[in-house]
Design a protein around this ligand. Structure first.
Ligand code: 0O2
Length: 214
């Protein structure tokens, strides 16, 4: 077998673990969503999208961090090889999902970054969690890192556009567009607040009419 094929297989086998971890976390999220629907008559999750970072992006990230490009370094230092993006309707659902995941016995939360309470300077908002998920293999259990990004639909719309613009301008967005993006991010925050308010009002009306029907 030639060296290239050997290396390719080494990476391919190494990344298989991340696919198993994604399968596990997707199952967990679907169960939580269905259970929540059953108990509260409401789906906190609108969409779930998952992906394995492609090897060239993993290698770029190792280069950016000044590390040599090895599978071992990728496993230790690139914690978003397996990524799941969860979109919700309301901000309070984001924290509900965060809490439900964090309280699962077999999951270790190794990092939480709250870019909703502390948005990035460009306006980016999202809740990020890095988890260790157990993958049960025939002869051992491996703990595999998975990044979950939880955001509202409005935050997701903003982030998708910003991501495209970022790459369109080769990571150097013109000042004028940066300002416009920040203004759009403020509008997204206002929209999320308004939706949250309307939803709370709907709950209050539903509760009052239930009580008066007793
Ligand atoms: P891609 O293409 O989405 O995978 P660290 O690993 O902790 O040293 P990192 O990875 O920058 O540093 O951590 P962070 O801040 O948690 O960001 C991880 C991911 O969040 C990014 O992955 C993006 O998906 C998303 N993200 C973070 N900041 C922004 C932002 O300003 N705009 C948008 N649109 N997305 C953001 P990647 O690997 O950068 O990209």
């Amino acid at each position: 077998m030639d060296v290239f094929q050997d290396k390719f297989n080494h990476w391919k086998n190494g990344l298989l673990m991340y696919k198993f971890a994604l399968d596990e976390i997707n199952t967990k999220l679907n169960i939580l969503n269905e259970e929540f629907q059953f108990i509260h008559n409401h789906n906190p999750i609108e969409h779930i999208k998952s992906r394995i970072k492609d090897p060239s992006s993993i290698m770029n990230k190792l280069n950016r961090k000044g590390l040599s490009v090895t599978l071992e370094n990728a496993r230790s230092y690139v914690l978003d090889i397996a990524g799941v993006r969860v979109t919700c309707s309301f901000v309070r659902d984001i924290y509900k999902i965060h809490e439900m995941i964090a309280s699962q016995d077999d999951i270790n939360v190794i990092q939480t970054k709250d870019y909703i309470k502390n948005p990035k300077e460009n306006g980016y908002r999202s809740l990020h969690m890095i988890l260790e998920v157990p993958v049960f293999l025939a002869n051992r259990t491996e703990y595999v890192p998975v990044e979950i990004q939880i955001r509202t639909i409005a935050m997701d719309t903003w982030a998708s556009l910003e991501h495209k613009i970022f790459y369109k301008f080769d990571q150097d967005i013109p000042e004028k567009l940066k300002k416009e993006l920040k203004l759009a991010a403020d509008t997204v925050t206002a929209l999320d607040d308004k939706m949250e308010y309307i939803n709370t009002e709907v709950d209050k009306i539903k509760y009052t009419s239930k009580v008066s029907n007793v």
